[in-house]
Design a protein around this ligand. Structure first.
Ligand code: GTP
Ligand code: MN
Ligand code: MN
Ligand code: MN
Ligand code: MN
Ligand code: MN
Length: 210
């Protein structure tokens, strides 16, 4: 119930239910596959052509399968969801865990798909503009760069004059797991965009998709 407000954002994929972090780590889901992904971001005041406010740099990626997603991956045997996300961030983006290790308090939302026996955990962490640039540069020398991960992407968060280009066009890409919903949840959770800005972008994306 504490996450009820997230339901208003986008269309949480119908076969994924939101569950609490505590429940997600309980016995009920111990035989499920778990995967953990994370949104690293930095608020900034960059403006494009004196017109479009960047608001924040958010790190997403082009994956090996042609889908857009967040860095992260499957939780390995013996790991908890937090261990998993930290290891995957080291592999996929070369994150310096001495500086930027995620904590349990960075968990934003977790989902379960009971049909697929799958639990998906989503974390988010704000860093400074300088740290973001440094992290982004290092992704090019990450162990998995060039095979599993094919390049980092910063989603545009504004909507352009035609009402489609910008965030609505970005939302019309194909996404891994429920990472499109996670992006919208992250925008809301961290108050990067106002609620009505998010809803307008979602409406615009859906309108232009028809
Ligand atoms: P390998 O290291 O090659 O095994 O891959 P991985 O461990 O990095 O796994 P991957 O990142 O592909 O994620 C595993 C599962 O999570 C798949 O079912 C994906 O569909 C799903 N997935 C991938 N990216 C995201 C994401 O950003 N968010 C969510 N919620 N799920 C994702
Ligand atoms: Mn991986
Ligand atoms: Mn991955
Ligand atoms: Mn993996
Ligand atoms: Mn895999
Ligand atoms: Mn791997």
């Amino acid at each position: 119930a504490q996450y009820e407000h997230y339901g208003r954002v986008g269309d949480i994929k119908e076969d994924f239910d939101i569950i609490s972090y505590e429940d997600s780590k309980g016995e009920l889901y111990s035989s499920f596959k778990h995967a953990s992904h994370a949104m690293l971001f930095a608020r900034n005041d960059t403006v494009l052509w004196d017109l479009y406010k960047s608001r924040a740099a958010i790190m997403m990626q082009m994956r090996f399968d042609g889908l857009i997603g967040f860095p992260g991956g499957l939780v390995d045997p013996g790991e908890n969801p937090l261990d998993g996300v930290n290891r995957e961030l080291e592999e996929e983006i070369g994150l310096d865990l001495c500086k930027h290790k995620l904590q349990d308090s960075d968990q934003v939302v977790s989902f379960v798909n009971k049909r697929k026996n799958l639990v998906l955990h989503f974390y988010g962490k704000e860093v400074t503009v300088n740290d973001f640039s440094e992290i982004e540069m290092k992704t090019l020398s990450a162990p998995d760069y060039g095979n599993e991960t094919l390049g980092m992407i910063r989603p545009p968060l504004y909507t352009m004059g035609d009402g489609y280009r910008g965030l609505p066009a970005f939302l019309s890409n194909s996404y891994a797991g429920n990472s499109r919903q996670e992006l919208l949840i992250g925008l809301q959770h961290f108050k990067i965009l106002e609620q009505d800005e998010i809803e307008k972008a979602v409406d615009s994306w859906k309108t232009f998709m028809k």
